[in-house]
Write a protein that binds this ligand. Structure first.
Ligand code: ADP
Ligand code: MG
Length: 315
């Protein structure tokens, strides 16, 4: 949890006007502001960059952040917890499940199971801790209009949860474009605290960025916006000890003659931002195969699972 004692009203340099602005957009957690770049805060609060820098540095002073000794980091890591995916194979591949304080990305072709994994996790996060959940709620940002409450009901039942309660604990927002998607995450801190959110799902992270920024000249602004958005997500994950699960589309690289031509969208920006990257593809007899592409402390490997009416299960 972020420090609660300090509020933005206590920060020198944050006048009533700026304070109101930040509150209006839900940008009120000093810890989150402290790690924001001055240019970013300037844009968000519509103030000068110099003023933004002053605000940030005075928050940093008050919060006493800077270097941390490794034992402190280890201590924070001990609060990392995991959400079960429904498949023990997949959980094992992930080192126990989908982690808090991390971004887990799944990319793969249409129908590979990216959204289904999002539905499963939205339910599983609500399970008791001894059943692989976090007894928390879910924030679900749907950008492709593929969120299906009917699937939630089926999966919740199979997990032995009350479907009515599970539906009430999934807070869904449809993002209409990339700006809206960014705004929803900028406003998330308020919702996270109020609704005890333990999981944020964005399905998918890239579709709007892809359609809003078309053409060569748009690539740099697109990647910058995407980068900022992803950093914001990581900050939320750290500050509130929540898990972030994002899905990503793929494209085909025509230059690959041998081997798998499937490539994740979002380039290096996304590759670096995701703590764990899963590549999902179809296997034999309706199974799905997840491959761990990139992880700081987990060996590369594969897991086979199945998409069923009851959600994700071992194959
Ligand atoms: P994407 O990777 O494009 O997001 P999805 O996660 O939506 O794909 O996966 C779609 C697949 O999930 C379907 O092709 C089917 O195999 C499976 N699926 C969806 N709904 C059900 C269901 N009710 N029962 C069994 N399998 C289902
Ligand atoms: Mg999908």
């Amino acid at each position: 949890m972020a420090k609660k004692e300090l509020t933005i009203d206590d920060i020198p340099g944050v006048g009533e006007k700026i304070g109101e602005k930040l509150k209006n957009i839900g940008y009120t957690d000093p810890m989150v502001i402290a790690v924001t770049a001055p240019s970013e805060l300037a844009a968000i609060a519509e103030i000068g960059e110099g003023q933004a820098a002053k605000i940030i540095s005075s928050i940093r002073e008050k919060l006493d952040i800077g270097f941390e000794t490794a034992d402190k980091i280890l201590e924070r890591r001990t609060s990392v917890s995991k959400i079960t995916t429904g498949s023990s194979n997949l959980d094992t591949l992930l080192g126990g499940g989908v982690e808090t304080q991390a971004i887990t990305e799944a990319y793969g072709q249409f129908g590979s199971g990216k959204s289904q994994l999002g539905f499963e996790l939205s339910c599983a996060v609500q399970l008791p801790k001894d059943k692989g959940g976090l007894e928390g709620a879910c924030l679900f940002i749907d950008t492709e209009h593929t969120f299906r409450p009917e699937r939630i009901v089926q999966i919740a039942k199979s997990l032995g949860l009350d479907p009515e309660k599970v539906l009430k604990n999934i807070h869904v927002a449809r993002a209409y474009n990339s700006e809206h998607q960014i705004l929803l995450i900028d406003k998330a801190p308020e919702v996270i605290e109020e609704k005890s959110i333990k999981l944020i799902v964005i399905d998918s992270i890239t579709s709007h960025f892809r359609s809003d920024f078309v053409g060569r000249g748009e690539l740099a602004p697109r990647q910058q916006k995407l980068n900022r958005h992803l950093h914001q997500l990581q900050r939320l994950a750290d500050a509130y000890n929540v898990a972030v699960y994002i899905t990503n589309q793929v494209m085909f690289d025509p230059s690959i003659m041998f081997g798998d031509p499937v490539r994740a969208i979002g380039g290096a920006v996304l590759g670096h931002a995701s703590t764990y990257r899963l590549y999902l593809r179809k296997g034999k007899e309706g199974t799905r195969i997840a491959k761990m592409i990139d992880a700081p402390n987990i060996a590369e490997g594969e897991a086979v699972f199945r998409l069923t009416e009851d959600g994700i299960k071992d194959a």
